[in-house]
Design a protein around this ligand. Structure first.
Ligand SMILES: Nc1nc2c(ncn2[C@@H]2O[C@H](COP(=O)(O)OP(=O)(O)OP(=O)(O)O)[C@@H](O)[C@H]2O)c(=O)[nH]1
Ligand SMILES: [Mg+2]
Length: 636
């Protein structure tokens, strides 16, 4: 069995008419120009595609237009490539779009490539040698320094074999795409195929996907089923990062999808209108001012961005800056994605860079920590990034948001959070969704909760503890329920507070009464004890007291809690001993007169009014001392 093929995407680059499309045809047998207008005018307008399998490599070619008016189409194609095939006509050498395309590839972070000196049949050996020198000088110090420079002719076939060999070599050296990430494919075309329906194409830039699975169309946030997949011109069950893919989607019209949209693993990505970035300005660009507007290109999408500079009022040519882009349209972006910016007018490429935070907040003067945070996003370890993210989100960071911001897998986020928790930097306050709090914020919640409980005891010596919900409310809205719950658990575990049903209290907290209160408490109890079944109203009892009503009320609560007094209905309170005596009375009645007793007999037995008799009987029913039977009660 042969080794699996390595999939590599090669994009052409170079000035108009330098022979890019012709060269792709010479390499693959497919002429990439597909539009009627392209054939008529003899130029490439939009992206073209071709495939080649060679020496264990499956090449997907993306052919781009050289015309300066179509650089935006070129950008959509260049975003997903592994290798650049820089095409320079030997009879014209380096021209403006040679430079611009080359800069774009550099800014997009393309790592490798091969340079073809096309139309070599049109020049003599001396000229060819000079062009080579010029090209070597041009790429000096760049990612293409040392790349093969091969004279070729599509007309005579010279150098085509050598070019294939060089491409295979570069493909072998090219890094593997990460198929373990969540799937993402920026769409470059959407059309309809008879009998199949909607098909979108693009280069899968991360992850993998299989027929029958769901993908989310963004920014529409629509989940769609994959009916079929094609890659390299053949039907396949599954495609992965680094492959040109045609995806047959069910449940949507092709007209509802356009270039710039993305299909991705459902729920893992979010469309955004604000991003924080590292922006690099080309040496040839004019100075870029704070609040300038630029064309913004990333993936296959393009929009207008307003540039906010996090430091300083302008970016000088040849330098870089931390910036914030406010985008005119929602785009799906991930951390580390490369982008290109072009001037509004005249439209030329002026720079590019990498996304640091795809879900950035609106810049505010108050947010003084942003620059340091972005520096961590740019250079920090994953643990440092997660810690910084937690620090800036004191209400906690939901797992889905961490995933969307970082591009990490859920499992990776869990592992990172556990590392941080072990080293004491964060507290995991909830696992699903993951909510991590910086340890110092959590410590603050512990401290504040404890202080609140203590203060409550001090202010309410007659109450046993503070209601859980009241305690939470007193901590303010900035403490999430999960954080509060975890803090309470910790405090209970450390025996700093105790829980008693819904009450939070200091362990061993006793209600201490002043002698005056002790006397008043006794007075209340006596009032009910002496009244017997002719229970007084609370109002009557309180009227006899010297202490003020709120305190008397609390003393009454204590007596009720201690079950010295029993409330049998909203208005009626009896002393417990009185109710015990009533139970004994009923037992005697049963012995003497049988188990049945009517309301009149009950009134006579107890000497109370009908107004009190009914609630009392209902209480006895609830206590299972009696059971209702028609108009009578059965004594149990
Ligand atoms: N003599 C000669 N002519 C060539 C060669 N390669 C391409 N050409 C011619 O150059 C012209 C432009 O070729 P294309 O392949 O369309 O150029 P391109 O770079 O794709 O142009 P755009 O896509 O519009 O930027 C065509 O007329 C080709 O026939 C070659 O190796 N030798
Ligand atoms: Mg072309």
């Amino acid at each position: 069995m042969s080794a699996p093929l390595k999939s590599v995407i090669v994009g052409t680059a170079g000035h108009i008419d330098h022979g890019k499309s012709t060269l792709i045809e010479a390499l693959t047998g497919t002429h990439p120009d597909r539009l009627e207008e392209e054939k008529r005018r003899g130029i490439t307008i939009d992206l073209g595609f071709a495939f080649l399998e060679e020496s264990g490599v499956r090449f997907g070619f993306v052919d781009v237009p050289g015309h300066e008016r179509f650089v935006k189409n070129m950008l959509a194609g260049a975003s997903g490539i592994d290798l650049v095939l820089l095409v320079i006509a030997a009879d014209e050498a380096i021209r403006p779009q040679t430079r611009e395309h080359f800069e774009i590839c550099r800014l997009l972070g393309v790592q490798r490539g091969v340079i073809a000196l096309t139309k070599s049949d049109l020049v003599d050996a001396d000229t060819s040698g000079l062009v080579r020198l010029e090209v070597e000088e041009f790429v000096k110090g760049s990612f293409l320094a040392g790349a093969p420079i091969l004279p070729v002719s599509a007309k005579t076939g010279t150098g085509i074999t050598e070019l294939k060999t060089a491409l295979v070599q570069a493909a072998r050296e090219s890094g593997e795409r990460d198929t373990a990430r969540y799937f993402r494919l920026p769409i470059d075309r959407s059309f309809s195929v008879k009998g199949f329906g909607t098909v979108v194409t693009g280069t899968a830039i991360a992850g993998q996907v299989a027929v029958g699975e769901d993908v989310e169309l963004l920014p529409a946030h629509q989940v769609l089923r994959i009916r079929g997949l094609h890659s390299g011109g053949k039907a396949t069950e599954h495609v992965q990062a680094g492959q040109r893919s045609a995806v047959n989607l069910s449940g949507i019209e092709h007209t509802a999808i356009e270039r710039g949209m993305v299909i991705a693993s459902p729920g893992r990505f979010r469309a955004t209108r604000r991003v924080d970035v590292r922006l690099e300005l080309l040496p040839t660009a004019p100075t870029l001012k704070h609040r300038a507007r630029v064309h913004f290109h990333a993936g296959t999408a393009e929009t207008i961005a307003e540039v906010y500079l996090h430091q300083g009022a302008s970016v000088l040519p040849g330098t870089s800056a931390l910036a914030h882009f406010k985008l005119q349209d929602e785009i799906v972006l991930g951390r580390g994605d490369r982008f290109i910016v072009r001037q509004l007018s005249p439209v030329v490429t002026i720079g590019g860079g990498a996304i640091l935070d795809p879900l950035a907040r609106r810049p505010t003067r108050k947010d003084t920590g942003r620059v340091a945070y972005l520096a961590t996003l740019e250079k920090g370890t994953r643990e440092e990034i997660l810690a910084a993210l937690a620090e800036r989100n004191i209400l906690g960071v939901p797992l889905q948001e961490i995933v969307a911001r970082t591009g990490w897998l859920e499992s990776e986020v869990h592992a990172l959070a556990e590392n941080l928790a072990r080293s004491g930097q964060v507290r995991i306050v909830a696992l699903e969704p993951l909510l991590v709090l910086p340890e110092k914020i959590f410590a603050d919640i512990l401290e504040k909760s404890l202080a609140r409980v203590e203060r409550f005891h001090k202010e309410n010596p007659l109450l046993p503890g503070i209601a859980r919900e009241e305690l939470r409310a007193r901590l303010g809205k900035r403490v999430r329920p999960e954080s509060f719950r975890t803090a309470l658990e910790v405090l209970v575990q450390e025996k700093k507070v105790a829980l008693q049903a819904e009450l939070v209290k200091k362990p061993g907290a006793e209600i201490t009464l002043t002698p005056e209160e002790e006397r008043a408490k006794h007075q209340i109890e006596q009032a009910f004890a002496e009244a017997g079944l002719a229970a007084p109203s609370v109002k009557e009892v309180f009227a006899q007291m010297v202490i003020e009503k709120p305190r008397a009320e609390k003393l009454l609560q204590i007596l009720l809690r201690e079950k010295v007094l029993i409330r049998i209905s909203p208005e009626l309170i009896f002393h417990a001993a009185v109710l015990d005596r009533l139970a004994a009375l009923l037992r005697d009645y049963k012995k003497a007169k049988g188990e049945r007793i009517g309301v009149p007999a009950f009134k006579e037995l107890t000497g109370i009014t009908r107004k009190h008799a009914i609630p009392l009987l209902e209480y006895l029913d609830r206590q299972r001392l009696t059971r209702r039977a028609g108009d009578e009660r059965v004594i149990i």
